[in-house]
Design a protein around this ligand. Structure first.
Ligand code: HEC
Length: 447
């Protein structure tokens, strides 16, 4: 018997599994970028502090480090495994693709991450307790280890979008998968934005300083790296866009919410204004203002950025061979992987998916709607919610159409042949299309 090794689908009716992963990742980006950015910044501050004898800089490193221990290292360590848990159920084959390609990379990243965690404790609690050279070395080790985690994760993120080199599909090999045109542009851009994020979050720390002169001086440092970060990051963003394949540009132009690009640019502009305010009127930056700025950056900057990145690799979730709905859609001889589309075209999903209950394998007038719902859950819910909320609600996309044969024609026309730009090819046998259409028609009627 031919089988398609799909896992059971995790269906989250409220927001959709994709948004659970998205929300978790966006928050994680804030924490992880702040901790890496701050660690690199600490490295520079500690060097200046010891070379030019400016102990107040160390005081700042200590205060910011302590804040990070709660803000980044605890909340970051909750959302990090949160991403693992949610992606494992939302996209088991996507995460499996990454693990099979990069298990040693990830293990290496963990080593650096452990150094980073121990390092931040050491840097915060050893100020003044060990000699200067030792403390400076600790700070440098922290900065380098933190940046190394970013370097490694970035290769994996770029691979999720596009395997580095086309040869990877044939030859495999992690370097082929890891390094592509996209990797370094993304690394450079993220490094700069990371400093901007570090500066905004840092203003929460400085807002707590009662000594206004100290606050002013530290805000100047933060504003300086923030302005450099935004300006250089904005320029590097153009480079990054140039490394994207045409396909990604098409998706961006046609399929992203219209408010995304203005929101991203407005966020960058807003951050510049904020940094200038930090430079000239440090009193204005109270804890409330700083927290509001951080949350705005998260919602209006990082969320569209993460969603855009996720959308550009559609219809794939990883490595341009695993579809978002988990079906493998391309031969990858380098990994000994075969596309499942031919089997689906030949036998249909009802006969080949292991976890379909036997009573639903054959479409009958009685079970038609239930089969349709099962098919929709398996094939569509990674990208469309079946309720009125969450990610791309399905009913909305059919515009309330209740005509079963029209819907069926669409399914067999556009979807089954892969004739949409951003959706997977979803082969359906005639009775499967009929059942799915019946379910979708009834969904349209319900709203
Ligand atoms: C890989 C993710 C993904 C999967 C899986 C997916 N879709 Fe879509 N679908 C999209 C995207 C992205 C759009 C475009 C959204 C937009 O422009 O707002 C879309 C749009 C649509 C539209 C609007 C018409 C069109 O062609 O643009 C319909 C209808 C639709 N999907 C039906 C389905 C059905 C039915 C399934 C399951 C059999 C499905 N989709 C599976 C991502 C997906």
């Amino acid at each position: 018997m031919d089988i398609v090794g799909l896992f059971p689908t995790w269906y989250e009716p409220g927001v959709g599994s994709a948004w659970v992963v998205g929300i978790m990742s966006t928050v994680h980006v804030l924490f992880s970028h702040t901790s890496v950015g701050a660690a690199v910044f600490f490295m520079a501050l500690a060097t200046i502090a010891y070379r030019q004898n400016k102990p107040e800089l160390l005081e700042f490193v200590k205060r910011y480090g302590l804040f990070l221990l709660v803000f980044s290292y605890i909340l970051g360590s909750i959302t990090g495994p949160g991403i693992w848990f949610s992606t494992t159920v939302a996209s088991p084959r996507g995460i499996s693709a990454l693990i099979h390609s990069f298990v040693w990379k990830w293990a290496t990243e963990w080593v650096f991450f452990m150094i980073e965690v121990v390092g931040v404790y050491a840097v915060v609690y050893m100020v003044g307790k060990v000699d200067q050279r030792t403390h400076l070395r600790m700070t440098i080790i922290l900065g380098l280890a933190a940046y190394a985690t970013m370097l490694i994760i970035l290769g994996i993120l770029s691979f999720m979008m596009w395997p580095g080199k086309p040869e990877w599909f044939v030859e495999g090999g992690y370097l082929n998968g890891f390094y592509g045109a996209n990797t370094f542009a993304q690394l450079a851009m993220r490094t700069m934005f990371m400093f901007a994020i570090t500066a905004v979050v840092g203003s929460i720390v400085t807002a707590g300083f009662t000594d206004i002169e100290f606050r002013r001086r530290m805000n100047r440092w933060l504003a300086a790296i923030g302005i450099v970060g935004v300006v250089a990051g904005g320029a590097l963003f153009q480079w990054y866009l140039n490394t994207l394949p045409n396909y990604a540009h098409l998706v961006m132009e046609n399929r992203l919410p219209v408010w995304f690009a203005p929101s991203l640019y407005a966020t960058l502009g807003g951050m510049l204004v904020y940094f200038v305010a930090m430079l000239i009127t440090p009193r204005l930056i109270t804890t409330l203002v700083a927290v509001t700025a951080t949350i705005s950056m998260l919602v209006f900057g990082l969320w569209p950025e993460e969603v855009a990145r996720e959308s550009m690799r559609k219809p794939f979730v990883a490595g341009q061979y695993v579809y978002s709905n988990q079906v493998i859609a391309r031969d990858v001889p380098g990994l000994g992987i075969k596309s499942e589309l031919p089997v689906l075209e030949d036998k249909g999903i009802l006969k080949t998916h292991i976890f379909i209950p036997d009573r639903l394998r054959q479409v009958t007038p009685e079970n038609k709607i239930e089969v349709g719902q099962t098919l929709a859950t398996i094939l569509c819910t990674n990208c469309h919610s079946l309720t009125n909320t969450g990610v791309r609600p399905m009913a909305r996309y059919f515009g309330g159409n209740q005509n079963v044969s029209e819907i069926k024609r669409y399914l067999l026309g556009a979807l089954a042949t892969g004739n949409t730009l951003y959706m997977p090819q979803i082969p359906l046998k005639d009775d499967e299309a009929e059942a799915l259409a019946a379910y979708l028609a009834q969904l349209g009627g319900a709203h």
